[in-house]
Design a protein around this ligand. Structure first.
Ligand code: NAD
Ligand code: MG
Length: 387
């Protein structure tokens, strides 16, 4: 097998650092994978250290200041690029076969489009690419095997659907832990703090996705992601509450059979699979102790997670609505983490901003980016009014 050559975007984040860990174990196992390029936003020291350790040929950073700073930390023959066009450049390089997109937010979209447009394999953690730009990604008509999802539920669906005829699928289910506040009475939610929201019951993740897991906005994003990856019909995708986060997804077939994918809640498992697919390699970071493990599944409660329904409606509406939902959510989550708005105000702000959005077709990246800018500005106004 030829060695795969990787560009890892978002190398300093939660998924990025876990990917570096997987790369170290793959290297120790002698697996043929080399790292051509690494990129991140602002934290140049850890990025430069990883680039030196892995012998990267190129690095990308957020802007010109970071580019100047990292230049002094790297050997002279390592190329330094910056900004959104820098990410695109890294993905298109001839010496890259596989791009792992672990950037957070809509900033990941252009890299996703560039990677697929250049015929690269894409390991996709950046779910926002599909949330805001799903229609653009589909318009590229990528080979269904070219995108290997890293998000645990979608990695599970990807594996479950191998060898299954689409006409035999009755329904796709993804699971949700219910987030940090699943056991609180709704009246207590107005008082919860950022620190409490960041304590996810089962997964260790970046700050935005952890708060999105408490509002279940993350789950609405994941339904949208599943729609663009695997389904043509919104009615065929559903969510189950599953507090143990052991079953990641289920596929119900027309004959009543239900297939489920289970695994430890450790993102290094889907990351490793995205890097080595279709091969499966040993030495997992954890194994599931199945004996004595209880598995609870429950339907989504209708009223507890208002932001889930608002964002899902934006997804089914399509066009620029999901881009506005994502942008507004990013601003509202940041305001909540800075203790400028309450936790329930995240859902209220989404409802307010989306209620005023005039949906346009999302047929160009520029249309998506304009909607993103509008959603951010409107959410900032909501935050000002809410204070
Ligand atoms: P994070 O905030 O921990 O890391 C984000 C990374 O993106 C950092 O390296 C940051 O420097 C980089 N970045 C941000 N803006 C950038 C820009 N403009 N240009 C270049 N780099 C930029 O986030 P995370 O939790 O690792 O999540 C990354 C993605 O993976 C998100 O889309 C998230 O929804 C998805 N995801 C994460 C998990 C998880 O367990 N953390 C699970 C499933 C899916
Ligand atoms: Mg997920």
């Amino acid at each position: 097998m030829n060695a795969r050559r990787l560009a890892l975007l978002g190398a300093t984040g939660s998924i990025g650092v876990q990917t570096l860990d997987v790369l170290r174990t793959l290297k120790a196992e002698g697996y043929p994978l080399s790292v051509t390029a690494l990129a991140a936003g602002t934290r140049v020291e850890p990025l430069a250290a990883a680039a030196r350790e892995l012998g990267a040929r190129a690095v990308g950073v957020g802007g010109p200041d970071e580019a100047r700073a990292i230049r002094t930390l790297l050997p002279g023959d390592v190329e330094v690029v910056h900004g959104p066009s820098g990410l695109e450049q890294l993905t298109r390089r001839d010496d890259v076969d596989l791009v792992l997109n672990a950037v957070v937010g809509a900033a990941g979209l252009r890299a996703t489009l560039a990677a697929l447009g250049a015929g690269k394999l894409l390991g996709l953690a950046n779910k926002e690419s599909l949330v805001v730009g799903g229609e653009l990604v589909r318009a590229l008509g990528p080979d269904p095997e070219a995108i290997i999802p890293v998000d645990s539920e979608h990695a599970a669906l990807f594996q479950l659907l191998q060898g299954v005829e689409r006409s035999e699928v009755e329904r796709l289910w993804i699971t949700a832990s219910g987030g940090a506040f699943r056991d609180l009475p709704p009246a207590a939610l107005a008082q919860v703090t950022a620190a409490q929201a960041l304590a996810h019951p089962t997964w260790q993740m970046g700050p935005r996705i952890t708060v999105d897991s408490a509002t279940l906005v993350n789950k609405a994003f994941e339904v949208i992601e599943a729609y663009h990856l695997f389904a043509e019909d919104w009615a065929k995708i559903d969510v189950l509450l599953h507090p143990q986060s052991i079953i990641h997804a289920l596929v119900e077939l027309v004959d009543g059979t239900v297939l489920a994918q289970l695994g430890p809640h450790d993102m290094r498992i889907p990351i490793r699979y995205a890097l080595t697919h279709p091969a499966r390699l040993g030495q997992p970071p954890a194994r599931l102790p199945l004996g004595g493990q209880s598995l609870d599944l429950a339907p989504m409660p209708p009223d507890r997670y208002p932001a889930f329904h608002t964002v899902l409606e934006a997804g089914t509406t399509g066009g620029t609505a999901p881009a506005v939902a994502n942008a507004a959510d990013e601003v509202l989550v940041a305001a909540f983490l800075e203790e400028r708005i309450s936790f329930p105000a995240i859902a209220e702000g989404l409802d307010d901003v989306l209620g005023r959005h005039r949906v346009q077709p999302a047929d160009r990246v520029e249309a998506v980016e304009a909607a993103d800018g509008w959603g951010r500005a409107e959410a900032r106004r909501f935050v000002e009014r809410a204070r």
